[in-house]
Design a protein around this ligand. Structure first.
Ligand SMILES: [Fe+2]
Length: 313
């Protein structure tokens, strides 16, 4: 990744140098102009190294807490003020190891959650030692439980193995199913759409999210931020997604924005809300530039709707 960064900044340096030569070629001393390629090359190397180093520091820093408050008329009064933690894209494995998982878990516990929802890409790969890497998840303290839906990486690692690993870690894995939580609302988990590529089948939405979703307040975990309008029409009030990492490393954000029109943040359609998290872990190199790790604290109220971000305490 450092090399890609170097190439990006060398290209930008080359472009800047060419522009300077075109713009000032007639007024600047040719001897001074002859030295500019070296200056731009050195500058590009320094910027690339700085960005790569900063990205590694940012990836390994304590996640910031993104606080969201949503008012919803369908929310049962008994649930007013419910404190839901969404955490996405751990990518636990060789890079995000047990000690990092332990830090994230203790940060989640410090938020005193009623419910913890993990929106996929928990397991990065199928490798030996994964049971130990995921073991800290057993330490999550949540009044109403810890639930997860499958991301594309659960399929890459092998869905049965991922399912087994999550079960051993005390996580209830919702695979194209819904459960009633605390008699107050419905929680659904739908497999990532990449399931089809791995021999799985995408069941019809109507068979998973039935008419009951229109009667009860309903939350959906779906890894990829797609289909929001359709889920809303099915009766989903809150949809939680991840997957995009918000590009993870600048400037890939711009590419991700083209692929996913809702690539990060809070969105509304009719009376439904979608929050897309940039996630807590890293895919590929342990680097995040301009997209720091995040834990989402979602509080459901009767009278407010706002979003604020804060850095780690
Ligand atoms: Fe991911």
């Amino acid at each position: 990744m450092g090399l890609i960064y170097l190439l990006i900044f060398l290209s930008l340096g080359q472009l800047t140098q060419w522009s300077v030569a075109r713009l000032f070629g007639k007024i600047v001393n040719p001897k001074v102009l002859a030295r500019t390629p070296n200056i731009f090359f050195l500058g590009s190397v320094i910027i690339a190294l700085f960005m790569a180093g900063w990205g590694m520091v940012q990836a390994l820093s304590a996640p910031g807490i993104t606080r969201i408050e949503i008012n919803h008329s369908r929310l049962p009064l008994a649930l007013d003020g419910i404190n839901i933690i969404q955490v996405s894209d751990f990518h636990a494995g060789a890079i995000v190891g047990a000690s990092r998982m332990k830090e994230i878990v203790s940060q989640i516990n410090s938020l005193d959650p009623d419910l913890v929802l993990i929106t996929g890409d928990i397991v990065d790969m199928n490798e030996s030692g994964m049971t130990g890497v995921l073991a800290p998840l057993k330490g999550l303290r949540s009044r109403l439980g810890v639930f997860a839906s499958a991301g594309n990486h659960e399929f890459i690692a092998g869905i049965d193995r991922s399912s087994d690993l999550l079960k051993k870690s005390g996580v209830r894995f919702l695979r194209n199913e819904g459960v009633v939580i605390d008699d107050g609302f419905l929680l659904y988990g739908i497999d990532d759409s990449s399931a089809a590529r791995f021999g799985g089948e995408m069941p019809e939405l109507q068979k998973i999210i039935g008419a009951e979703a229109r009667d009860k307040f309903s939350i959906l975990m779906y890894h990829r931020p797609w289909g929001f309008e359709e889920f809303s029409k099915q009766g989903i009030d809150i949809m939680l997604s991840g997957h995009t990492h918000r590009g993870q490393i600048w400037p890939f954000r711009y590419l991700i924005d083209i692929m996913f029109p809702r690539s990060y943040g809070l969105f509304r359609y009719r009376n439904s809300y979608l929050f897309v998290s940039r996630g807590v872990g890293t895919w590929g190199p342990p680097m995040r530039v301009g997209s720091p790790p995040e834990i989402v604290q979602l509080t459901l109220y009767a009278s407010r709707s706002s979003i604020e971000e804060s850095g780690p305490d």
